[in-house]
Design a protein around this ligand. Sequence first.
Ligand code: B12
Length: 465
Amino acid sequence: MKILLIAPSSGRWRQVGRSRLFNGRTFRFSLLSLLSVAAETPRGHTLRIIDEQFEDVPWDADADLVGVTCMTALAPRAYEIADFFRARGIPVVLGGMHPTFCPDEALQHADAVVAGDAEGVWPQVVEDAKERSFRGVYRSEGTRELRGLKRPPYHLLRLGRYSTYPVQATRGCPHRCAFCAITAFSGGRHRKRPIDEIIDEVAAIPSRSFIFVDDNLTADRDYAQQLFEALRPLRKMWITQSSLDIAEDSSLVRKAADAGCVGLFVGLETFSKRNLACVNKTINRVDDYREAVKMLHAYGIGVEAGVVFGFDGDDAEVFSHTVDMLDELEIDLIQASIFTPLPGTPQFEAMQDRILDRNWQHYDFHHVVFEPKGMSAESLQAGHDWVTREFYRPWRIARRMARHAVRSKGTKSFPFAAAINGAYYGRVRRWHIEGWDPASQTPSKAANPRVRLQPVQAWKESCAS
Ligand code: B12
């Protein structure tokens, strides 16, 4: 069979990939979802992968089966693509986060849905596709071991359009933060691949740098220590995601650095203890942020902080306070997000009567889709945009990089931090991110054309103060 696998893209993300000069390559670092599906495909079939971020969907493709991956924000586009191919009489299978959480919705646009991992179920789907006798939802048991995963067939990608190679050592995260899609997807399980298999895969990558796309690489500290020791001789450079409690263990941080870690994405989320308690992010301790960041810096590891606005404890003051704190902590990079109640998470259920916008395309962490408690939706959108713009002002980037340069052992992480700061600056310019500080400035509709919310019924208490 000829199998066509598609990663959809929409809105501003799709535009970026098409520009030649600033093509957003820095942010295109993994298509492991479809590479894993391709790797699981039984022999004897022809595979083609399309990434809509920079290439057009081949609407007239000669295919016997189409597979589409889909996170929530991309569901509308994935459905459009699926509907089109089904109208041509080609069976379509949807997989990924969103179809896993909303299988019935996805099935309205597909012949079959894969819920959870592709491993273990995809070969059966392909078999059934030959007969065109699909069984609806194919659900992999989430406890499946990660032993023996096949190597990602990188040759199926146009590698020059990606910034690096993705590797995954573990899946899931054991913490149970109420807003996190990963917890919902993994059921709070943290599954680990055998270390020798990861080392073989990393050693075969024809590049010095790569990214671990894990959700929390250091959640099991003993495992992480062993992995880092085994990685060290390969002399690679990598970045990953971890919870900030990594800094409670200086020997683990040292081993990560020795193994080539030059950057960590950590979900700081907020500088408010009350907010953290509300969403059950008990792993974070605001009082420890400063020391934790210092420790990572001391070992030459750059820190990208995830910060989220719109928690129930947030009011108009939160934006400038956050910028001050980020400056003070000398955070190297941020990914600012607007709180988004994602389907499948406890927070989605708890906030049902506050959700204003059910267009999944807006569930991209950059749109307000619910009625915030401590400010208007317009202020939340404006403040989020303003923080992003402020943090990536050229003078702030220059100051951060100057500080970075004088920090001890900062040399390896410098190019990484500089490149990503530059990429974020480019994004602010291209996407015309403006905003204003709701605590000190007057609303300007022109600055926020994206906010189109209608007031709805009164907010119902979902988080005891
Ligand atoms: C790399 C990545 C990206 C990349 C590329 C995404 C892509 N097209 O694949 C980029 C940088 C573009 C990206 C962007 C965004 N991302 Co992103 N991203 C990731 C990340 C870190 C890794 C994805 C990955 O490679 N996983 C490894 C593979 C092996 O796992 P998997 O994707 O779950 O795939 C398995 C199964 O789900 C299944 N499967 C998946 N697809 C399919 C398809 C078929 C046909 C089948 C049969 C099976 C199948 O089989 C796979 C193997 O078992 C994930 C976190 C995560 N853990 O997944 C977030 C994640 C997917 N992203 C997320 C979000 C929110 C976004 C953004 C909307 C906002 C943002 N963070 O900036 C943007 C939107 C972009 C847009 N509008 O186009 C959320 C999605 C939440 C949700 N419920 O939808 C995640 C889960 C992060 C998080 N912690 O919340 N992202």
